[in-house]
Every structure is written in structure tokens, then in C-alpha cells.
Write a new protein. Structure first.
Length: 63
């Protein structure tokens, strides 16, 4: 029974370490040098083809 308790505590510790390292990896990946352009481009996707007012777009869609 001691082996089970030890392995259970060890797996909890390893899981915590794995999750912390994964989180740090994701954060470092998001803030890596050169990623500003990619994130800015992704953030502008909803506004890419927003050249005209909505009324003009609706009118064009009816024609």
C-alpha cells in the first residue's frame, strides 16, 4: 500500500509540474519576438473588408 501512496503523490507532483511548464511554454510562445505582426494581423481580421458603410453593403447585396 505504501507504493500506491507514493506513486499517487508522485503523479500529482509530476502533473502539476507538467501543467506549469505547459502554461509557461504557451505564454513564451505568445510573447516570442516577431509574433506581434502575426497577432496584429489576426486581430484585424474582422475589419479587413470594412471599407463601406453597412447601408452600402446591404444595397449591393440586394442588386
Amino acid at each position: 500500500m505504501q507504493d500506491y501512496t507514493f506513486l499517487r503523490e508522485l503523479s500529482g507532483s509530476i502533473g502539476t509540474v507538467f501543467l506549469v511548464l505547459s502554461f509557461l511554454g504557451f505564454v513564451l510562445f505568445a510573447f516570442r519576438p516577431g509574433s506581434r505582426r502575426v497577432h496584429s494581423d489576426s486581430a484585424d481580421i474582422p475589419f479587413r473588408h470594412d471599407d463601406k458603410p453597412i447601408e452600402a453593403q446591404a444595397e449591393e447585396a440586394r442588386q
